[in-house]
Design a protein around this ligand. Structure first.
Ligand code: HMG
Ligand code: MG
Length: 341
């Protein structure tokens, strides 16, 4: 089994989706460039969801258009260190979340390579559909039952296939649900099988609220592999998406590595959290930070393609833009109800 571990940084999506303040499309583009330059294998760019539900990602179309434009440029502005990535042959892949056919159609309108009318080398090479192993969470997050979500995904996955896009299928609440509590791993395995049958090339197990422990992560992975088969342990087909509420995510990574998982999601500077996984008293927790993930993976003797010095640069930038957006919101609140952040 390979020693190389795939790192997907989801900060531009999971990290920013819960922010009340608006971060400019230009700053998001710069974050994508910094992450790619740091050597992460994939970046989850944004989400083609309803802007009323997730205002922070309302610029998804514009962001992907700008990404397409930058990737298609012959001349790179070398005054911006992050933009040099876009001139290199670095292998970073980009993806986006899609909840339904409407989102998929919006994505396809902008996912074009300006140099290539046949749109073969599109900026996004993967989409991610998302459901849950908990009925209550699925209802709260995407407004439908699990079986309805799978029905919605059918035309989305078919369209993805027609456009040579891979599909990742997320299962939220793979360990526990903020409403229903602990989730039976066999329930997760059932949903994983349904997603695989629909045509998802990859399954992503989401510990949405950071309830993972080495023991329940082991039970989860064993249950899913027992149903999907060992072939899902090769080719980065099974991914673990950990939130780090109780500081146990690194131990869960070690367990997952031991069991053969070679693909993990994380968020630079540990940003993030699902807006529908929090409560007024306890906001949704951030993802395991990419810095901690890389350190943990490498300390266990595995390899990543990440350069830590550059990753720290990306972390500093991400932390700054989020802090500035929060400060604008705080100032707007002080100034009065009519003022927009
Ligand atoms: P809905 O309200 O049930 O949909 O939303 P609807 O079909 O009834 O449509 C209602 C309105 O939304 C209509 O507009 C539609 O046009 C519009 P109106 O006529 O009222 O003006 N609409 C859309 N607009 C833009 N893009 C679309 C779209 N679809 C409908 N794609 C929907 C259904 C799924 C869209 C909604 O529930 C939604 O956007 N939810 C957001 C959920 C979300 O983004 N959650 C966070 C990501 S998941 C996560 O963080 C977990 C993860 O990290 C893994 C883990 O940690 O576990 C992945
Ligand atoms: Mg998440």
């Amino acid at each position: 089994m390979s020693d190389l571990v795939r790192i997907t940084d989801v900060s531009p999506r999971d990290g920013l989706q819960n922010e009340a303040g608006i971060i400019s499309t230009q700053d998001k583009l710069r974050l994508l460039g910094l992450l790619a330059a740091a050597g992460v294998d994939e970046v989850e760019v944004t989400s083609f969801v309803s802007p009323r539900w997730i205002p922070a990602l309302a610029d998804s179309g514009e962001l992907v258009s700008q990404l397409a434009e930058v990737l298609g440029r012959d001349e790179i502005d070398r005054r911006e260190p992050w933009s040099t990535y876009f001139a290199s042959d670095a292998a970073c892949k980009f993806s986006a979340l899609v909840p339904n056919q409407q989102g998929m159609e919006k994505l396809l309108q902008v996912n074009i390579d300006p140099r290539d009318e046949d749109a073969v080398a599109t900026p996004l090479s993967k989409i991610a559909v998302f459901t849950a192993a908990s009925e209550s969470f699925c209802q709260k997050n995407i407004g439908c039952a699990i079986h309805e979500s799978l029905t919605r995904f059918k035309p989305v996955i078919a369209l993805a296939g027609q456009h040579q896009l891979f599909t990742r299928g997320y299962i939220s609440c793979a360990i526990a649900c903020p409403i229903e509590g602990p989730i039976n791993p066999n329930r997760v395995a059932d949903v994983a099988v349904e997603l695989a049958e629909l045509g998802c090339a990859e399954i992503d197990l989401g510990d949405t609220i950071g309830a993972g422990t080495p023991e329940n992560v082991r039970a989860l992975i064993e249950a899913v592999i027992a149903r999907l088969g060992n072939k899902w342990l090769t080719g980065d087909r099974l991914t673990l998406h950990l939130h780090d509420t109780f500081g146990r995510a690194a131990d869960c990574v070690k367990t997952a590595l031991y069991l053969g998982i070679r693909s993990f999601d994380s968020s630079v500077a540990g940003l993030g959290g699902c807006p529908y996984a929090g409560t007024p008293d306890a906001p949704a927790p951030g993802n395991i930070s990419t810095e901690l993930l890389v350190k943990t993976v490498e300390s266990e003797g595995y390899q990543t393609s990440v350069r830590m010095d550059r990753l720290k640069e990306a972390a500093t930038f991400a932390t700054r833009i989020v802090a500035e957006a929060r400060a604008r919101v705080a100032l707007a609140k002080l100034a009065g109800p009519e003022t927009q952040p």
